[in-house]
Design a protein around this ligand. Structure first.
Ligand code: SF4
Length: 179
């Protein structure tokens, strides 16, 4: 029988940590984080081929959208780490992680039927996004500056709605550009 991609993980819930996501603590915005001692990169090209990929650099990182129970999550995979956002508490994070692990395992099992893709997916330049922001550095979005917010937008670590000073047109444009 073929080996699973994810070895049987002991104390799985203990591997999972919650970290504050880039928004106000009061909003209960966290990301689930799992550090693993396996190399996740062989999975990337198959994932790139089937998932809604937001960013992909082979051998480095892949960011994709994942839906669970009708809610969208952004998932970040680097060589030894999986993280996903936004979750509101540990229970939600555990549930998403279990579902996500099954999803990734399923892709690995079906890899002989998938044409892998090594084509990078780039994110918009943060400086181009910054030009569209108010540039007051008021920090109300939860970031120290508009530039930091712009940078987080390009990696999926922030949402345009976090800046209360964007007009509807700009927010809509950012949403379309970053989706
Ligand atoms: S809330 Fe908007 S204006 Fe204020 S720092 Fe964040 S991006 Fe800049």
């Amino acid at each position: 029988m073929e080996e699973k991609f994810f070895p049987s993980l002991m104390n799985e819930d203990e591997l999972l940590r919650l970290e504050q996501a880039y928004c106000y603590p009061a909003k209960g915005c966290y990301k689930g984080l799992v550090k693993l001692d396996i190399d996740l990169t062989p999975l990337f090209p198959y994932l790139r081929a089937v998932a809604k990929t937001l960013y992909f650099e082979p051998q480095e990182k892949i960011i994709f959208k994942y839906q669970h129970n009708g809610k969208d999550y952004k998932v970040f995979l680097s060589k030894n780490e999986v993280s996903f956002a936004l979750v509101s508490d540990k229970d939600e994070a555990c549930e998403v992680w279990k579902s996500l692990k099954d999803y990734l395992e399923g892709i690995w099992e079906k890899r002989s039927e998938i044409q892998p893709s090594f084509k990078p997916v780039q994110r918009p330049n943060p400086l181009e996004i910054y030009k569209l922001l108010p540039k007051t550095n008021c920090k109300e979005c939860g970031f120290l500056s508009c530039l930091a917010f712009a940078s987080a937008l390009t990696t999926g670590d922030a949402d345009p709605a976090q800046c209360p000073y964007l007009d509807n047109k700009t927010e809509k444009f950012l949403r379309e550009t970053l989706s």
